[in-house]
Design a protein around this ligand. Structure first.
Ligand SMILES: [Zn+2]
Length: 350
């Protein structure tokens, strides 16, 4: 994906002015599939990177029913969904800080609450020629991002491309950082959808403890029954391959390619930072408790409930992902899709 053409610098299609820093292409972050309500989000993309979103984005918005099942399927949506964009596809996403030489179009800078949400369409114009070139979003409840319109920009020559890191390097250098760690419920919801689709209606028994903690409750609820159990475990760099029917493998954050198992297990993709967290849980050090409470000081009794996990898979990301899989046209999976509006073992849906 990175190609041999060097880093990208995007310029204005109207006048050729430089509009971005030099940026390197990465896989589209699956975190885009959900957001946290009324929270100010960090930039979706790391500084110095960009990703292409093949799905249409921005106004006009239409309902799934307005498109009709056939037209929606042609756009990659295979089950009834909320409002769908009839805007441009292949918008280019990057961090707002990587923009150069643009200004806000103030009459299109509306938002819901704390920032701008792009509801009125392109709100960034080229400083040199005033051509609308993209949309900035930074309101609460949305990822901070700029989406450049593919027809309004040109790609200018940039400096040499960064090499694609191999898996050992990604794991050793900490490149799979924890930048979006508060949002791991979203890739978890996406991965859950891939697991359910790969199970093809059979119950799933989770082998690895961390994966069972995360996906077990939802999988039991979604895939009841006892016949034809498929076992699920982690596979990938530094772990090797278990002999299970389903293997959770990481997706390379730069190329978007899945780590390929050589055994007979069906590979199920997981976002790489979540995969690394499940495969190599960080060893938390706990300070030893010494002494006791002073006389007369009483502790909470009963103790406040502890969350059983730092997060649960996002139900919205789960449904969003299922709706974009052709397999959801099959009755068994469509039944799950229709029945999971409040999915046990997942984060509540907004
Ligand atoms: Zn321009």
């Amino acid at each position: 994906m990175a190609g041999g053409d060097g880093l990208a610098v995007f310029g204005c299609a109207g006048c050729g002015a430089v509009l971005t820093a030099a940026v390197s292409e990465v896989a589209l972050p699956v975190h885009l599939r959900d957001t946290h309500w009324e929270r100010l989000h960090p930039p979706l993309l790391e500084a110095g990177t960009y990703a292409v979103d093949p799905e249409p984005y921005g106004p006009p918005w239409r309902t799934w029913e307005e498109f009709g099942a056939q037209e929606a399927a042609a756009r990659g949506i295979f089950a009834p969904s909320g409002n769908l964009s009839d805007g441009p596809s292949d918008t280019i996403l990057l961090a707002p800080g990587d923009m150069r030489g643009t200004r806000l179009i103030l009459e299109r800078a509306a938002g819901y609450c704390m920032g701008i949400d792009g509801r009125d369409g392109p709100n960034l114009a080229c400083l040199s020629c005033d051509l609308p070139v993209g949309t900035r979003m930074d309101d609460c409840g949305c990822w901070q991002v700029v989406r450049l319109l593919p027809q309004a920009i040109v790609r200018l020559p940039g400096p040499p491309e960064r090499p694609v890191m191999d898996w050992p390097e990604l794991l050793a250098t900490g490149a799979l950082g924890q930048r979006l760690s508060e949002y791991q419920d979203i890739p978890a919801g996406v991965a859950l959808a891939h697991v359910v689709a790969a199970a093809r209606g059979c119950p799933v028994e989770v082998v690895s403890g961390s994966v069972a903690d995360l996906f077990g409750p939802a999988l039991i609820a979604l895939l009841p029954g006892r016949e034809g159990v498929k076992r699920l475990d982690l596979a990938g760099p530094g772990l090797g391959e278990p002999a299970t029917e389903l293997v959770l493998v990481p997706v390379h954050p730069q190329t978007g390619e899945m780590w390929q198992p050589h055994g007979g297990g069906v590979a199920v993709p997981v976002e790489a930072t979540l995969w690394a967290e499940l495969a190599f849980p960080s060893h938390r050090t706990r300070l030893p408790a010494v002494g006791g409470l002073p006389t007369g000081v009483e502790r909470d009794d009963p103790l406040p409930p502890h969350p059983w996990l730092p997060f649960r898979p996002s139900g919205d990301a789960f449904r969003y992902t299922l709706a974009r899989m052709p397999a959801v046209l099959e009755p068994w999976l469509r039944g799950i899709y229709d029945g999971c509006s409040s999915l046990p073992g997942t984060a509540p849906m907004v």
